[in-house]
Ligand binder design. Sequence first.
Ligand code: ATP
Ligand code: MG
Length: 139
Amino acid sequence: MEKTLAIIKPDAVQAGYTGEIIKRIEEDGLIIRAMRMEHLDRKRAEGFYYVHRQKSFFNELINFMTSGPCVLLVLSAYNVINRWRNLMGPTDPKSGHPDTIRRAMGTNIERNAVHGSDSKDSAVYEVNYFFKGTEIFER
Ligand code: ATP
Ligand code: MG
């Protein structure tokens, strides 16, 4: 079964949205296979977002992602990568449908509440970046 990495970002954890986001995940039929709270340090966040290291917003993004604890999750389901990104909505919260998590709980293009892997290759990298095989419960 396909897997993806989801992150409830520091803004959403701080705002008390963790439970609402987990509820939406489970109501959509996505299965939580692993979950952990972690306060990323700069090295850990930079390694995770290394594909963006040349972007103008990289330093701000790392400041934000290290500003408080995150909730890291491994989700699985048929087509879960696309299904989770559809629940999240687009990067910029204001351009999403009102039902999307980012529109409902995000603040702006940076503080956008959640993360989701964007391809099969990035999902494998990201799941393995944060979780050992023994921490992922297949059933
Ligand atoms: P994510 O990878 O977090 O799921 P995404 O795939 O929708 O989000 P990316 O282009 O991968 O978007 O950007 C990664 C993250 O960097 C965004 O979620 C957001 O927090 C931040 N970001 C992206 N674009 C900008 C921008 N123009 N200004 C500030 N921050 C940005
Ligand atoms: Mg991305």
